[in-house]
Design a protein around this ligand. Structure first.
Ligand code: DQA
Length: 148
């Protein structure tokens, strides 16, 4: 089974309760359901969330050789973490960065992403649908060897 790692960063455990005017009322369990539904046959999703930078880095290291792609919403670490960027740079298969909100319409400090220096695709502002689109794209690349 080809595993796709879906990583969510800090505060995303509170999805559905946290600033619903920005992030909506759906929860991380809804994200998991959406991702599973978007998965092509022969693929499976491993859904993880942490508020801790080091834990996210450890999971990226574990994905080396075990996951065919990573979908990552690094939360606020997007804008601060060179360490997560460095970890992603040790990982060769496709990486797609997802943001539920349209970060470029928001505060200036959300406009820069360290993770985008590595990501093969970046999705922002599509709500939870962004995760499903990212999963579909990774399945497509992994199945057909399409360029990342
Ligand atoms: C976010 C955007 C980030 O700026 C913010 O810190 C988050 C969520 C998004 O999904 O829109 O925690 O990554």
């Amino acid at each position: 089974m080809n595993t796709i790692l879906v990583l969510n960063g800090p505060n995303l455990n509170l999805l559905g309760q946290r600033q619903p005017e920005t992030y909506g009322y759906e929860t991380l369990e809804d994200v998991a359901r959406l991702c599973e539904a978007a998965c092509a046959e022969g693929f499976t999703v491993r859904m993880l969330q942490s508020n801790h930078e080091g834990q996210i880095i450890d999971w990226i290291h574990e994905a080396r050789g075990t996951a065919v792609g990573i979908v990552i919403n690094p939360g606020a670490f997007t804008h601060t973490s060179i360490a997560i960027l460095d970890a992603l740079n040790t990982y060769d298969p496709p990486v797609i960065e997802v943001h539920i909100s349209q970060v470029h319409k928001r505060e200036a400090f959300r406009h820069h992403s360290y993770v985008s220096h590595r990501a093969d695709g970046v999705i922002a502002g599509l709500g939870l649908e962004g995760y499903a689109a990212a999963i579909r794209r990774i399945c497509q690349i992994a199945a057909k060897g399409a360029p990342a």
